[in-house]
Design a protein around this ligand. Structure first.
Ligand code: XMP
Length: 326
């Protein structure tokens, strides 16, 4: 096992040239470690697992088996992007598991946030185990551990990430980016040819939209949340805020208010916009969004999203409010 300590002399990877040198070195190292054996990777579509996937595809091609579990709580288009980029463009060995029904059935009626997180995390491990059991000759487990994970002494991403894997999985680890900081992982990802939108993706919690569809998740409210969130992201992309704001999303609480649409009473849920800036997610400030953009987002959500009849803006810094609502 290689060292978990970043050598003091290790240069910060800031340019495509430095990224290329790192990639060449890791490709050789991974080939030496793995030989002709197979490697399994849980590919969430997040920055770290995506960069590891691209790196390992370059190093060992089809000896890498990627498993993407769609828990039904992804943002609009995310699983489709994983399939397109890795399954089609990079021609990876990709197993896609649509576990939407399984998750939503398990989560039905569960309103307590930590219980929701637990169900989502545990089910992921079960599904990943089931898929691993169907495969033969897997000797290694790849993980997108990065240096901050090691510094936070989690070692592996098992804490509250859905990417956390069963400890009893008795496989040797392949962790090619474990000595890199996030900004370096992104530079390496771009050098590997991953799309900019994937590499510079804003942070997204493991339990996904599950912690933004507040209280007990229902399919109709989850659908409304996903559509409203897609509009927010689209408008932030168009006006340049996407590259400026650290994290932005919609939360939809389990409450209705009265409204009026097409001359008729229209009861619906509120869509709450949250857009925050932070360095380390321990504290956060509120991004000032021009009213013109807020009006545009509001009008689109009200016109395009079934079930939403109000749009609100959360102006709460952290502390007191956490970034997520639950
Ligand atoms: P809070 O809400 O605690 O969030 O201010 C800080 C950062 O952590 C993310 N977050 C999570 N990430 N699993 C994750 O992988 C979770 O259960 C979870 N809860 C919050 C949140 O999106 C923010 O970036």
């Amino acid at each position: 096992m290689s060292s978990n300590v970043r050598p003091a002399a290790m240069e910060r990877i800031t340019t495509p040239e430095l990224a290329k040198a790192f990639i060449d070195e890791q490709v050789a190292q991974v080939r030496a470690q793995v030989g002709d054996k197979k490697v399994l990777l849980a590919l969430s579509g997040g920055v770290d697992s995506s960069v590891v996937a691209a790196l390992l595809i370059k190093a060992i091609g089809k000896q890498l088996v990627c498993v993407h579990v769609n828990h039904g709580l992804m943002r609009k288009g995310e699983s489709e992007d994983v399939i397109r980029v890795f399954g089609q463009e990079m021609d990876a060995n990709l197993i896609y598991v649509d576990a939407t029904d399984r998750y939503l059935d398990l989560l039905a009626g569960v309103s307590e946030p930590e219980r929701k997180r637990k169900i989502i995390g545990e089910e992921f491990i079960k599904i990943f185990d089931e898929e691993a059991a169907k495969l033969e000759g897997i000797s290694f487990l790849a993980q997108g551990t990065i240096y901050p994970d090691i510094l936070e002494s989690k070692g592996v991403k098992a804490h509250h990430n859905v990417g956390g894997l069963p400890e009893e999985m008795d496989m040797e680890l392949v962790e090619p980016v474990k000595l890199l900081f996030k900004d370096e992982v992104r530079v390496v990802g771009e050098a590997l040819g991953l799309p900019h939108s994937m590499v510079y993706r804003q942070p997204f919690p493991g339990p996904g939209l599950g912690v933004r569809c507040l209280g007990a998740i229902t399919r109709d409210r989850l659908h409304a949340l996903r559509e409203a969130d897609a509009i927010l992201r689209d408008e932030f992309d168009k006006c340049g805020l996407a590259g400026k704001v650290w994290q932005y999303f919609i939360a939809v609480p389990d409450m209705k208010s009265v409204g009026v649409k097409d001359g008729k009473r229209y009861e619906g849920w509120p869509a709450i916009i949250r857009a925050v800036n932070t360095k380390d997610a321990m504290t956060a400030t509120i991004e000032e969004i021009p009213y013109e953009i807020l009006h545009k987002i509001t009008n689109r959500i009200l016109a395009e999203v079934e079930g939403i009849n109000r749009v609100c803006m959360d102006l709460t810094p952290k502390p007191v409010g956490t970034i997520e609502w639950e």
